[in-house]
Design a protein around this ligand. Structure first.
Ligand code: ADP
Length: 164
């Protein structure tokens, strides 16, 4: 278990500029970051399939070079960390809304794996209100998602919600 190797888990449905901001900051702190798409095998959900989310992440994180890798997993996050050899978890915090949920998750993960540390990072304030859920809603309702998601993804998001 390497504490300088962190997993950054999430649904990434799809990846947003807020996620990339957190990843960029994570690379300042950690030697290596694995972005891991969490999905539920029994109950498939989301706009993009896990395979599509991984492919999008691979494309837009290529700019960061070899210290970033992309994967997907189902099941317990701490089991995935152990399998991968990662000793740390990265999570992002927005305004106040994320705190309660993140606090609970972190305490539970700490209970299950006291040796794995969760580190919280905050994105730039321009991303404070960006979430995958909102971005999808805005796109579906005809709003402008420019600047919210990486530019190579804009057209694909619009096509996915039937506006392409
Ligand atoms: P979302 O909550 O946008 O659907 P995820 O579940 O994929 O996204 O989020 C993965 C992690 O990234 C979570 O810790 C979440 O709080 C964080 N995150 C997502 N968007 C932002 C953002 N705009 N600023 C900071 N952290 C973020």
């Amino acid at each position: 278990m390497n504490p300088r190797f962190a997993v950054y888990p999430g649904s990434f449905d799809p990846v947003t500029n807020g996620h990339l901001d957190i990843l960029r900051r994570g690379l300042v702190v950690f030697d290596e970051v694995r972005v891991a798409v969490a999905y539920n095998q029994e109950k498939p959900s989301g706009l993009f399939t896990p395979a599509e989310r991984v492919a999008l992440l691979e494309e837009v994180t290529a700019q960061f070079g070899g210290r970033v890798s992309i994967d997907s997993f189902h099941g317990l996050l701490i089991d995935y960390c152990r399998r991968s050899g990662a000793g740390s978890i990265i999570r992002g915090l927005r305004a106040v809304a994320d705190f309660e949920y993140e606090f609970q998750m972190t305490m539970m993960n700490r209970h299950l794996a006291p040796d794995i540390e969760t580190v919280f990072l905050m994105a730039d304030e321009q991303h404070f209100y960006t979430s995958s859920r909102l971005v999808k809603e805005v796109a579906a309702l005809g709003g402008n998602v420019h600047g919210l998601v990486p530019s190579p993804l804009e057209q694909r998001l619009l096509a996915k919600v039937g506006r392409g």
